[in-house]
Design a protein around this ligand. Structure first.
Ligand code: COA
Ligand code: ZN
Length: 318
């Protein structure tokens, strides 16, 4: 047991099609995206962020958002969501029949200006229009707080700023909150303390954590959030991803590594790790480069090596 608050079952949201592909140098063909979504649907993940309905000039790689949403086969146990920055994006996401939309604002004003070309006040005003559009549609709205722990231009964000964003989102009628460490600047101590405070203040609001592994702290931050009672995490197949509007941004925590870690700790994820691994091992061919995931290269801890006297001589023993 990690801590008394740690849940025994967590939910995994796969974001490779959005966070992962938005930051790739090359455009991944639409039919390959659809194929990837359809295979991910069979792995046991709770949710797939299929794409984003943003300006195609801002994120050219996801300019085929409508076609991808129209082409995927929807699996009954999976929720299909899309990132949305403004009312125009919400209209497109509703037309594409997204189950959920992720409305994103960075609480670091400067990152919001760089990424969304809006102040936080302008983002929130736009979200009001989005909530009017979504009303009565049955589509769930997740309020996403980017740079929730630290902003690459401003540094550490105070907890009060996170609380302000959550209160603003809930006042607009949003259903759930996602806190993102957009550029991998958070430390486990900060994560445990912020997540604990947020859960205490908003115990009934579903909370998801989204980490990047930019400084090698991603999995430690997952464990810290788990210890604070968080039961929902986002990850990207192979650990690719990142925000093109944040200097030095790198990939999300790797979904297979998160699942391997949690299942190894006795925490159920509902995800079939072998299916995920076979998918991630095919990805380098599709992308034309290797990926940073660990388990896809090393194999699962349970996969032992054949022991021969010859092999033993090759294993360094310190
Ligand atoms: N979907 C498609 N097109 C959109 C759009 C949307 N959601 N929102 C705006 N546009 C189009 C406008 O129609 C306009 O098109 P035109 O030049 O052909 O007339 C153009 O984009 C500019 O619109 P404007 O409202 O002035 O937006 P902007 O240039 O100030 O950009 C955003 C604001 C939010 C649209 C843009 O910064 C964006 O899409 N950012 C998302 C970045 C992102 O996804 N980052 C990573 C994920 S966190
Ligand atoms: Zn991200």
């Amino acid at each position: 047991m990690i801590s008394l608050d740690a849940p025994s079952r967590v939910y995994i949201n796969e974001v490779v099609l959005r966070d992962g592909l938005q930051n790739e140098a090359a455009f991944v063909p639409t039919d390959e995206k659809i194929r990837l979504a359809d295979r991910l649907s069979l792995t046991g993940v709770a949710k797939i962020e299929v794409t984003s309905f943003v300006s195609p000039k801002a994120i050219p790689n996801l300019r085929d958002a409508a076609e991808v949403m129209a082409g995927i086969a929807r699996h009954p146990g999976v929720s299909y969501c899309a990132l949305v920055p403004n009312a125009k994006g919400a209209e497109r996401a509703l037309a594409a029949k997204a189950d959920e939309i992720n409305l994103v604002m960075s609480i670091g004003e400067r990152h919001n200006l760089a990424n969304m070309r809006m102040t936080c006040a302008q983002s929130l005003a736009g979200f009001r229009a989005v909530m009017d559009l979504v009303a009565g549609s049955g589509v769930k709205v997740n309020g996403v707080i980017a740079t929730a722990f630290a902003c690459p231009f401003e540094g550490t964000q105070p907890l009060s700023r996170v609380m302000w964003a959550i209160e603003s989102y809930l006042a607009l009628g949003m259903d759930a909150i996602t806190m993102c460490d957009t550029t991998g600047m958070a430390f486990p101590s900060q994560v445990e303390s912020y997540c604990g405070a947020v859960r205490k203040a908003f115990p009934k609001v579903p909370l998801t954590l989204h980490f990047h592994d930019t400084r090698g702290q991603g999995l430690a931050n997952v464990m810290a959030a788990l210890a604070a009672g968080v039961g929902s995490f986002e990850g990207s197949l192979g650990g690719i991803g990142g925000c093109p509007y944040a200097p030095g941004a790198t990939g999300n925590v790797c979904t297979e590594d998160v699942v391997h870690l949690l299942e190894g700790c006795g925490i159920a994820t509902g995800v079939d790790l072998d299916s995920l691994l076979s998918l991630s091992r095919e990805m380098p061919k599709l992308l034309g480069h290797d990926m940073p995931g660990h388990v896809m290269h090393a194999g699962k801890s349970s996969e032992l090596h054949a022991f021969t006297p010859d092999a033993s001589q090759k294993i360094p023993c310190l």
